[in-house]
Design a protein around this ligand. Structure first.
Ligand SMILES: [Zn+2]
Length: 328
């Protein structure tokens, strides 16, 4: 037993357990790492906030995996933000980007309107010899929190609640500059008796008309944990001076909360000249030739905006006839 640490730590995940409620959780605070990823692209505010939430969610989900490999979150939708990719290379490297249509962005658009309709894919890739696992959920005008809940209800069948928050911090000493900050919390109900984790049925879908939904009362412990999570405000999740331990303690001190070692995360892209060169080798000769502009081939990493330049010979585009296609 000890007092919660008052020292806030950014860019880290704090796993914790509330044994009395059969609940496990993770709390994350992202400061410089989130700011670095979002600032490289100068996203409009609402796009930055949405992508930030996707990064916080990916951090919460990916940090629980105990293997070498990667965890990816990807959205593909028909809204102004048509694609989001967050790539978490375990154990700690994050990178991300969003594609958006500036002309379709409106003031004050919420996450659901920005995304529109489509799907969210969560991919676990444990490396070359292992099977990839992919879970898909529909995005239908809801938030990323909604999609995460839907995912856990359908795919994992573990009662799970997630909170995500992203905001901009203005400090006097920074002058006009702002910094992005994000935070989030995930709770999962993992009772020893599996019947306690049963959840209400999904929407009946094509069930015959008049058939009754099977009602499952929520377990009292899980109801208590959810109501405590419901008291967390966005500002507490991103507040730079409030430590994760203090926030966990504020919520669960009556039940007792046990914390585990912090897991650091950082913003780092995995692109390299070698990797880009290998990617070019996969294009057809015509495509490579079509990439030559002003006597060179220039490839910009969509994640980190690093620019890689090749001569046509280096890019394998020396001999073929010029084409008109370009890489994605
Ligand atoms: Zn890169």
């Amino acid at each position: 037993m000890r007092a919660p640490s008052a020292v806030p730590v950014d860019d880290a995940v704090l796993p914790f357990e509330v044994a009395a409620l059969d609940v496990r959780g993770r709390l994350t605070r992202l400061g410089p790492a989130l700011d670095e990823i979002l600032t490289k692209h100068a996203y409009p505010d609402q796009v930055g906030k949405l992508l930030g939430e996707a990064i916080v969610l990916t951090t919460l989900l990916g940090s629980s995996l105990k293997f070498d490999g990667r965890f990816m979150l990807q959205t593909q939708t028909d809204g102004p933000v048509s694609m989001i990719i967050v790539d978490f290379v375990l154990p700690d490297r994050l990178r991300a980007y969003a594609r958006f249509d500036l002309a379709r962005l409106g003031p004050g658009m919420a996450a659901g309107a920005l995304l529109g309709r489509g799907h969210l894919a969560l991919t676990i890739d444990q490396g070359a010899d292992m099977r990839r696992y992919q879970g898909l959920v529909a995005l239908d005008g809801g938030t990323l929190e909604d999609a995460a809940h839907e995912y856990f209800l359908r795919s994992e069948q573990i009662p799970t609640k997630v909170r995500l928050a992203v905001g901009e911090e203005f400090r006097v000493e920074d002058g006009p500059k702002h910094r992005w900050r994000g935070g989030g919390m995930l709770l999962q109900f993992l009772p020893k008796a599996p019947e306690r984790a049963r959840q209400a049925d999904l929407h009946p879908g094509d069930a015959p008309e008049g058939s009754e939904l099977h009602a499952v009362p929520t377990d009292e412990s899980w109801a208590e944990a959810q109501s405590l999570l419901g008291t967390v405000e966005d500002v507490e999740l991103i507040e730079p001076d409030l430590s994760s331990e203090r926030l966990a303690y504020r919520l669960f001190h009556e039940r007792g909360v046990r914390v585990f070692p912090l897991q650091p995360v950082r913003a780092q892209c995995s692109c390299s000249r070698h990797a880009v060169s290998a990617m070019l080798a996969n294009f057809s000769p015509e495509d490579r030739a079509g990439m030559v502009e002003d006597g060179k081939v220039v490839v910009t990493c969509e994640f980190c905006s690093s620019v890689y330049q090749f001569t046509p010979e280096e890019a394998g585009a020396g001999a073929a006839a010029p084409g008109s296609s370009s890489p994605q």
